[in-house]
Design a protein around this ligand. Sequence first.
Ligand code: SF4
Ligand code: SF4
Length: 162
Amino acid sequence: MDKSNITAPKRIYAKEDVCIGCRLCEIHCIAAHSKYRHDLIKTFKKLPKRPLPRIVVEEDVPLSFGLQCRHCDEPECVKACITGAMQKDPKTGLVINDTERCIGCWTCILACPYGVIRRDYTNKKVASKCDFCLESGLEPACVKNCPNEALYIKNTVKSHDL
Ligand code: SF4
Ligand code: SF4
């Protein structure tokens, strides 16, 4: 897929008043990043090792909401990264971890104020975070598959930031 014209001056927000804590956002995020891409049955029945979800549902009954990377304007994880693996793409606004360069030192995890970067030991030891479903054409699986529209996308980046 040609991603050269894709921009994502957007963030995903949660509506905790309608989130029911079903965790379908986590399930679909896992499937979206598995080798079976979006096929839930194959992802959960055929893969002994599955990708981590890049969204985490926080729950303190009756409150719940999905939380993932904010793709911050001045990302602390990028500043903290010792190898340059964590980068903010000036064109898309996305903070992306280059897993080839990531050595799993977890400095970014310590630096992230939202606690949304996770340790991934699935294959190579790397930091795992939301990539706004870049490989799926920036159509976030979590937003698309939430049954209650408890996640929504908002354009937050000013045009001069792009
Ligand atoms: S899928 Fe929607 S309702 Fe379910 S836990 Fe995720 S955000 Fe909440
Ligand atoms: S945007 Fe994609 S990668 Fe990010 S949390 Fe949602 S499903 Fe996961």
